[in-house]
Design a protein around this ligand. Structure first.
Ligand code: KG4
Ligand code: ZN
Length: 492
């Protein structure tokens, strides 16, 4: 006997059984086909070797609730516990999807089914009178509450100390302390300063998160920590704190990938994972283009910057223009009054570069071009518009980022694009992303800003996905991994 997820290739077999089981009110082949094919449904069949039973689950994003759509077992295969096994699979699936309850309707005269559901923990919450026609039989509405794990996530890869708490796919707290101000006098993040700041901020940030969620450490089911990629000294502070908490409170600990955490943040917005997606992560530390087919099993790095990160380019160009750190918001503001009238280079977009670096980025040539342009004007004593330089520079960055991201969507036939990282604050990037996605039939996802920049909630969300999928914790043997590959979602 074999349990297999059903797709539309199983339509004929499912319809044969459906018509036998429900001669009066079988679904039409058309609606069954769309059910089997839909992304928000999960249908499971049992084969011996022919299809002898099936059951289906439906979840609507953001509802934190799943419904049993149907369940049927061939007459001659009843009495072997197949219905119970199918239901147990669907309960496990609902749990993995982050649902907080599972609902179903059952005929009031189907005593065998009702006692199975009661046995599985379902409780009757309502009756729909004479719901099943023409017989006029009542429907009982039953509900199984599902307790999702509460996961605390710790983030310390760069200059933000983040502690977040999630339950399943639901955000409970997102406390943050940034050491950005301390770095501003150096014009960029100083690793030792960042590590020191994490050390001071970690405890108050943890307390703030627990207070925000109105929880204590004893309520937490698991801890997740970002162990890379990032600054070694900064990472060590978060990892040390996570290990100490895990040991002291006897909690399972998961070491997770910071970059994949950025993708995981979207779960907290939707209440569900919707994949596949292309993800463009742009911050002061990274510029990466990912193809995510499965959050835990299949994350592929399509390309990344070969020199400066996008945010770093903003910070460096800001310095050239005499603006303070961090430069991104400064340039964004200045550019609003400028005109795009200088054609700055778009790194790695020439045909020969596109062969080898189709999805990679380079911003150092652009930065040099801006510096040269400004120097030339200054040397010549010309009156030049900083706002025009800022607008033209910003346009070049946005153009390159989106050209490559949209190319990736088209090349891989993925009509979803997720943005993450501090540079997503950029007004022009958001506007142009929406325009190009609309033009190409791509769904654009931009989580709220506190979930785009580095934060603990995204680490907790990824940890929670691992717990819900039944993954083993990492133990205490892992260390910081500055250059952790994005394909490694969890470090064992
Ligand atoms: O994600 P984030 O807060 O921290 C990390 O670097 O990991 O990103 C900060 C970066 C800085 O380089 C900053 O200049 C850039 O994001 N940034 C912006 C804007 N706001 C912040 N870049 C362009 N436009 C903005 N409005
Ligand atoms: Zn980040």
């Amino acid at each position: 006997m074999q349990f297999l997820e059903l797709g539309k290739e199983h339509l004929t077999a499912v319809m044969d059984l459906e018509q036998k089981l429900f001669p009066e009110d079988a679904w039409s082949a058309t609606s069954m086909a769309s059910e089997l094919d839909a992304s928000h449904t999960y249908y499971l069949g049992v084969f011996d070797p022919e299809l002898i039973g099936y059951a289906g689950l439906s979840t609507s994003a953001g509802s934190f609730s799943s419904d049993i759509q149907t369940i049927g077992i061939a007459l001659e295969s009843r009495g072997q516990g197949l219905g119970r096994m199918l239901m147990q699979h669907l309960v496990a699936k609902a749990k993995e999807l982050g649902s907080e309850q599972l609902m179903l309707e059952v005929r009031a005269d189907n005593q065998a089914a009702i006692s199975l559901y009661l046995d599985l923990g379902f409780v009757q919450i309502d009756v729909r009178k004479r719901y099943y026609q023409p017989a006029g039989v009542d429907a009982l509405i039953m509900r199984l509450p599902i307790k999702q794990p509460i996961v605390l996530g710790i983030e310390s890869t760069c200059d933000e100390t983040g502690v977040g708490i999630v339950q399943g796919n639901r955000l409970l707290a997102n406390a943050l302390h940034s050491s950005m101000d301390e770095h501003s006098k150096y014009g960029g993040v100083v690793p030792e300063v960042a590590a020191r700041a994490h050390l001071e901020a970690i405890r108050p940030t943890l307390e703030k998160a627990l207070a925000e969620a109105k929880l204590s450490m004893s309520d937490i089911d698991a801890i997740a920590v970002a162990n890379g990629p990032g600054l070694a000294g900064a990472l060590m502070v978060g990892i040390g704190a996570a290990k100490g908490l895990a040991l002291a409170h006897n909690k399972p600990l998961y070491a997770v990938n910071h970059l994949v955490g950025h993708v995981g943040a979207d779960v907290l917005e939707r209440g569900a994972v919707e994949l596949p997606t292309i993800a463009l992560l742009v911050s002061g530390g990274h510029t990466s283009l990912l193809l995510v087919r499965h959050l835990l099993n299949d994350v592929e790095l399509l390309g990344e910057t070969i020199d400066d990160a996008a945010g770093e380019a903003f910070d460096k160009v800001a310095r050239v223009l005499g603006l303070p750190y961090p430069g991104g918001p400064q340039i964004d503001r200045l550019a609003a009054d400028g005109e795009v009238n200088i054609r700055f280079p778009r790194g790695l977009t020439l045909p020969k570069d596109m062969e080898k670096h189709r999805y990679d980025f380079s911003f150092s040539g652009l930065k040099t071009a801006v510096a040269r342009n400004v120097e030339k004007a200054q040397d010549a004593g010309e009156d030049f518009s900083k706002a025009d330089v800022a607008a033209s520079f910003r346009e070049a960055v946005v153009d390159v980022l989106l050209t490559k991201a949209i190319n990736a969507c088209k090349d891989f036939g993925v009509n979803r694009l997720l943005l993450g990282g501090g540079v997503v604050a950029n007004a022009r990037l958001r506007e142009e992303a929406q325009k190009r996605c609309d033009a190409n039939g791509i769904e654009l996802r931009i989580p709220r800003f506190q979930l785009c920049t580095d934060n603990g909630a995204m680490i907790a969300a990824l940890g929670s996905q691992l717990v819900m999928a039944g993954r083993q914790p990492s133990g205490l043997g892992f260390g910081s991994e500055s250059t952790l590959e994005v394909t490694q979602v969890q470090t064992p």
